[in-house]
Design a protein around this ligand. Structure first.
Ligand code: NAP
Length: 258
């Protein structure tokens, strides 16, 4: 068990990669706060953590609201007494013809995927600085490594996460806080169901075809599972990664090379 005695927050852990990460953290011995927009899915994940014998705490929150961020930190301190790990996982995507992207769409993506990552990090870091210890992990993407024509706002937000990660790692290293990011590829979650639908509609392709075509380009020959990403988060959260900070790691089956 690599996270025994640790307490973690995983945002957007009601489903997908966040849920897989929260459960893997619990299996490794951590207690986990599970903030999500949807209280029902948050409660479901928290219940599964409790069934593993760990403390799983549900919380309805919107990561873009500063009051909710304060409530998230207060809840974690009240329930656990400390925060060892933050995973800034909550995120959204949107497939759009770049020339039709609106200001409101741009603002929404940047607000959830980039601005909220920074302000959740800042609020949790205040607690971590008191103990001179902590790990913060952020969700970037292979779309944060190279541009994609139909994902300009998403790519901008995921590149921003790399910059936030590097800057925060430098600022917080002297407080014993490590900050890293992960860059997944095509993960089998509801997010990719949505990408397939929206991208397929733009290109006149039947449901499932865009996803099949993209997965066919993955050198390891299969779609990525949420657990593939959770495994990297777990390693980076553990003491085994104690000399790693400021980095963004691809976990994409080699897709970034294709
Ligand atoms: P997902 O299945 O769509 O799940 C996203 C989760 O975030 C949902 O539980 C959602 O809540 C929550 N969320 C969204 N907006 C929120 C907000 N404002 N406040 C709080 N929670 C919010 O996505 P995923 O595939 O697991 O992706 C997780 C992260 O990995 C994202 O940052 C994504 O960009 C990144 N990523 C994913 C892929 C991929 O292929 N799937 C690849 C690279 C990077 P609701 O259920 O209530 O909407």
């Amino acid at each position: 068990m690599r996270l025994t005695g640790k307490s973690a927050i995983v945002t957007g852990a009601g489903r997908g990669i966040g849920k897989a990460t929260a459960l893997q953290f619990a299996r490794e011995g951590a207690d986990v706060l599970v903030p999500d927009l949807d209280l029902a899915t948050s409660e479901q994940t928290a219940g599964e953590i409790q069934a593993l014998g760990r403390k799983g705490v549900p919380l309805r929150m919107d990561v873009t609201r500063m009051a909710d961020i304060q409530r998230m930190v207060k809840t974690a301190i009240r329930e656990f007494g400390k925060i060892d790990i933050l995973v800034n996982n909550a995120g959204i995507t949107l497939v759009r013809d770049m020339m039709k992207l609106t200001e409101a769409e741009w603002d929404r993506t940047m607000s959830i995927n980039a601005k909220a990552v920074f302000f959740c990090l800042q609020a949790v870091a205040r607690e971590m600085i008191k103990r001179q210890s902590g790990v913060i992990l952020n969700a970037s993407s292979i779309s944060g490594r190279a541009g994609k024509p139909m994902l300009v706002d998403y790519c901008a937000s995921k590149f921003a996460v790399v910059g936030i990660t590097q800057s925060a790692a430098l600022a917080l290293a002297r407080h014993g806080i490590r900050v890293n990011a992960v860059a997944p590829g095509i993960v089998d979650t509801e997010m990719w169901e949505q990408i397939d639908r929206e991208w397929g509609a733009l290109e006149g392709k039947p449901p499932g075809e865009m996803k099949r075509t993209r997965v066919a380009a993955v050198p390891l020959g299969r779609i990525e599972t949420p657990e593939d990403v959770a495994s990297l988060y777990t390693f980076l959260a553990s003491d085994e990664a104690g000399y790693i900070t400021g980095q963004t790691y691809n976990v994409c089956g080699g897709l970034q090379l294709n």
